[in-house]
Design a protein. Structure first.
Length: 113
């Protein structure tokens, strides 16, 4: 038997799998369903988009070295994965890569003339 719960926003009776977990709630589930939560998050982000983007930009500028260190460490640990992803990309986009290289060679020839 599927357990049901009522969403506090849309007031529909939904299966408990339609709710995210919330450890602090008595039943361990959030009071609003996933769909309502998505709508709420989208509205909230739209209202604060410019402010959030500015905050992210400021943080990235202040922590550029930290970001680079983390990225380099991750890449070193996951080098085989990185190479596999690059090979797959190269195979899927062989024509695009070939055209880009040809355009670059042509541009270099024109510069060196």
């Amino acid at each position: 038997m599927t357990q049901l719960k009522r969403c506090c926003h849309c007031e529909k009776m939904l299966a408990v799998v339609e709710f995210t977990s919330a450890k602090l709630k008595p039943d361990g589930l959030s009071s609003s369903c996933k769909a309502c939560k998505r709508e709420y998050d989208a509205r909230r982000y739209a209202a604060k988009r410019e402010k959030l983007l500015a905050q992210h930009k400021t943080w990235r500028r202040a922590n550029g070295e930290r970001i680079r260190e983390y990225r380099d460490q991750w890449r070193a640990v996951n080098l085989e994965h990185v190479k596999a992803v690059q090979r797959a990309y190269d195979q899927r986009n062989a024509d695009k890569i070939r055209a880009r290289k040809a355009a670059r060679r042509t541009a270099l020839r024109e510069i060196n003339l």
